[in-house]
Design a protein around this ligand. Sequence first.
Ligand code: NAP
Length: 610
Amino acid sequence: MTPSPQVPAPAPSPDELAALRRRYARERERRVRPDGPRQYVGADADFGFYAADPYAGGPAVREPVRDGVDVAVVGGGFGGVLAGARLRARGVERIRVIDKGGDFGGTWYWNRYPGVHCDIESHVYLPMLDETGYVPEWKYAPGEEIRQHAMRIARRHDLYADALFSTTVTELTWEESSRGWRVETDRGDSFLARYVITATGTMTEPKLPAIPGIEDFEGHTFHTSRWDYSYTGGTPQGGLTGLADKRVGVVGTGATGVQVIPMLAEDAGHLYVFQRTPSTVDVRANRRTTAADVGADREGWARARRDNFLRIVSGEEYEEDLVADGWTSSAGLLEKLLPSFRRPADREAFEAAYEAADAAKMNEVRARVGRTVTDPRTAEMLTPWYRYACKRPTFSDTYYQAFNRTDVTLVDTADTHGIERVTRRGVVVAGTEYALDCLILATGFSVGISGVSSGRLPVHGRDGVPLLHAWARHGVRTLHGFTCNGFPNLIHMGSLQNASSVNFTHVLDEQAVHAAALVAAAEAEGALVEPSREAEDAWLAAIAEGAPDHEWFHAECTPGYYNREGAGRPGGPTAYPHGAVAFHELLRRWREESLHEALSRPAARGTARG
Ligand code: NAP
């Protein structure tokens, strides 16, 4: 088995811990902005060009669709593809996946920037490896391989035939008389689906910093999720020859920035990296793997590996660490954000041990910067001063090295809360203008601005009741996060009121299996997929009980999307408090014993059922 790439660091002394606490508080203060989440604008209206699809190849105009299907799946990322595959396995015939992108792949359709990879091990991230017989050749797969895998699953389950691409669903309306949903789109489609599954993703809309003057910039500009290869030249593997004589600025040093910056450094005439908060950049150690390395000759090998990874990162007991990487070795630190139920009774001792382990890990990351970056001032700017779980960890073996190049300049923007101003010619930080030919935004995605909860996809249930009105009046109410009373045959996939994990494709696959089982049960019984209000109440009580209090932890973190840019998380239980492994087990048991609780019969409409 591959040994863990982590180097253990010595435990910090009490004085050191106290100094760290003070330093973390100072660094947070430097970064908190009064406008919090309002500092961003969406890629629409005047900024709509940032969201335009540079990869679409389909016809600009097509005949609107006006037929009927068994299931409409909104979203063609892994969620939608897996829903389609699992429905097919249940014998469902007409499945129509609709996606804004020009093909399947979701996030991997959009994110094709140079260097794009998944930093979750490919053998656990790529779903349905057992079923497809596909064995990735790298520990961390490039984005294109992942996109091709989504397309492979779609082809294998015949999802292309009825799919609608470059199409946005604009409205869903329940039609009682036909016991189905009217689905309308921005391409004039209007068709009936007996069931609708929403698999719209959690971070899909590019987020732009509302920097004063950004609209005045006269150079070239785009967001990393809409890479303009017609300008840069090259491919996701590099060779960006179009940038050879260009002054390129990149804003953002999160998981995307960390992957794209070394590639830009390689090819740009001069690269300016505008950083606000440095990421923790840990060892990646990507390498070729053989089928034998991952035991791919054994029946069910991928499922076993995926389950093993989920157990470790969910803080469950395990015998062996099959993946053995930065995620599994730091699982205990990320567990801070997971259930409190496993914490020992002596909370103080737990907190002290946690803080010491956290500081040791962060010291290890900080030491890596010092060891790799030759200029001490640049090294100091790249050094992260916060707790490990405050921001999404990143992994790279080329990132820090990029800053040793003479054609790369790191510009720290922490003291000015980000870039101050954009001019016609470039970017201003602390009064200095950096002239640029091209400004690339690696500024991430709006959280929760997609799908039904965003309001961008209006849903009208029974008696025309809008879903968001119902939730505004009574709070978000679901059974297991999937279904809602008053909205029959509508099944949500995503991260609302269920349990999530860093290996999101695993979570999505479990959800797809569950969604397909709900549809199959309704078909078999001539019923509707719709929980009673009592079943929703019971689920709300279950997720409220033991909900962990992480607010204090996030309150001490530097701002970012984990803590709503320092404004704190919205209140109320949003997830099952016992973690993803327990949640999947709960769903499995529930499918065997209590599936009827998710069904209603037309005659029993609105009545309580047990
Ligand atoms: P992100 O994590 O939201 O990072 C956005 C970056 O932009 C941050 O560094 C932020 O700085 C910076 N920024 C925003 N406004 C700024 C301003 N006005 N001036 C200067 N800097 C500014 O976005 P992301 O890197 O695209 O990652 C988003 C998510 O995608 C990740 O968290 C992860 O879930 C996923 N992802 C996954 C992989 C993978 O390998 N699996 C790879 C890439 C992305 P602050 O930190 O100071 O706010």
